[in-house]
Design a protein around this ligand. Sequence first.
Ligand code: ADP
Ligand code: MG
Length: 716
Amino acid sequence: MEAILENETKITVNEKSVHELDSLFKPKAIAIIGASSKELSIGNVILKNLIHYGYTGKIFPINPKEPTVRDIKAYPTIFDVPGDIDLAHVIIPSKFVPQIIEDCGKRGIKSVIINSAGFSEMGEEGVALQKAFLANAKKYGVRIFGPNCQGIINADPQYNAYCDFTFTFPKPGSISIVALSGGVGAFIMQSLFDLEIGMHMYASNGNACDVSISEVVKYYGDDDGTKAIILYTEGFHKPKEFMDVAKIVSKKKPILAMKSGRTEEGAKAAASHTGSLAGVDITTELIFEKTGILAFNNEEEMCQAAMAFSTQPIPKGNRVGIITNSGGPAVIATDELVSAGLQLPALSDRAKNILIETMLPEATIGNPIDVVATGGGKHFRSALDVLMQEETIDSVYINFVTAPFTDTDEVARQIVEVNKQKRKPIVCNFMTNMSLERFQVTAKILKDGGVPCYSFPTTAAKALGALYKYYKVQNRNIGEAKIFNDVNKTEVENILLQAKNEKKEFLKSAQTYNILSQYKIPVADWQIANDVNDAIKAAEEIGFPVVIKADAESLVHKSDSGGVVINLKNADEVKATVEKMKKAFEAKDLKFFVQKFLSDGRELIAGVSAKKDLGHLIMFGIGGIYVEVMKDVVFKISPVTEMEANEMLSQIKTSKLLDGVRGEKGIHKQSVIEIIQRISQLVTDFPQIQEMDLNPIMAFEDKAFVVDARIKIKKD
Ligand code: ADP
Ligand code: MG
């Protein structure tokens, strides 16, 4: 029976371990094509690193001229090497690479890291070379990592595969890194090393012509040795593919990423609001949000959080208990914890009774529990035990200042013992003088015991905040986008085709409003008039009061130039307005857009802007003519689900306005939420829509109407 069971487990383990990228990350034999005896060369450093890191597999330097490189037998070509080769490093001039890849294919090598540069990053000639070697790789099923890249590292002692030319030699651990930029990847790896955080795998894939960031993230997601992933990228080649992967992986383990640098300078002034408000590239950030990737403001915060992720369980809620032996730091921590969304619940009577018995008389019993500076190991322990037992506490934050009159090692040992139970996450703000040997010992006890230690209350609190954020990711389900079946797709198709045939970028008002109506997006009653009599007739049919807007292709912001006159109460006012506009606007195609006047609405904006290879960004916020000044808008990537549309309303800074302030009535949120979902469906159905602005949408207590709309489509 036992033997059978053992067999069975072996089979499943084997099945799981067979993965295409295993030849890259878990190579058993590596050839270094371009291995060199020259000390300061990449072909030498890679070999040196493999040896130095204790690579457990076979190394075959390939060099046609040298019999040995760094005292290891070298071979003139890969065909002279005895036995299998899983992985080859290619460190030769780019022009020879296509032929070498062909050879690798013939030789049955499964993965190749091309460290050499001189490909797609170098203009036309390089692009052609990259295409040529890729074609050869495809022919034989060789996977290419790079080119123009650092490589990979597998710190698992089973492999110790340091297939990289950098200089940090990480301790084995559970954090895996994937970075497009080698420079950033390397300093993140070094930062983890400095913080004494172990690393599992590392990948920096340069031009990423074959093995992509998405593929590596997926691989790490399935890899049992990876507890958390650090990702650095400045954008995505195939954002959709990445999102599909990230969505799944982020539910399994945390993905930590940095918000990439954004500056206003990058913004292109667009004709319409959504374009200019989206401005600089926020897409990466939105991809992170939608897929549950934890975005950090800077690399330091990210690495500090990684320390907590590498050792601590994920909390099961936002309720934190604080233990402190000094008052002030607890105040600072509380501020940070609360702004990260955590709460400090009161302790139960049961907990308080235990603490009254066990704490020093001068201790404060509550949340925070102040064990006071004279508190020792047993006091910390009792406080920890109590918090671990409290059902209303999900995580523990500790301020530990090394009071010279206490046995700090004993305090550390008690913290470590409780930490080892792994019941609830613990972070520790450890305040000490590290130049004193005595406290170095205390620090080592904590570190060896897997307690994430920080030297500022805010840093520790932020790390705990990140753990909580991941709890939210795990429990967030945005659902699927709703499909409205009452829309008329064919009619919109016709209108868009007509606009395309007219070779117009911006749709005419009539076309725009008709499209909205076909998707049941409520618009204020309107008609288009050619002259005064038309306008009066239209106004009478719509019913006074009305608004008249000068309507011509060249007019973008109509009200800036007196092209919008509101609240016209009778035919005379309509007549006067039309005549005035006729004089003011010279446009040949000038018409008069007559619209129902809707008074006292809350002006909102919804908009859309197309993103290549991704879909559309959907925007929502406070609208009207001051939208650019207020900039109170939020974005999501289409298709937007009902939950996301809901979130948009609450994520704007002035979301309270929507509920009504100072006796004002609130707006009918559900109508607006539906409009957002319907425009999301519209642009998903018609990707040729490049931009759309509904500004304003007039929202009332019981409904909402679009009163100004603009749609821009792809010209060709
Ligand atoms: P533009 O954005 O091109 O300047 P709009 O059509 O948005 O022109 O009109 C400008 C402003 O006029 C709106 O922000 C709103 O305050 C007001 N307005 C426009 N149409 C109406 C309407 N039908 N009912 C009430 N107010 C309106
Ligand atoms: Mg407008």
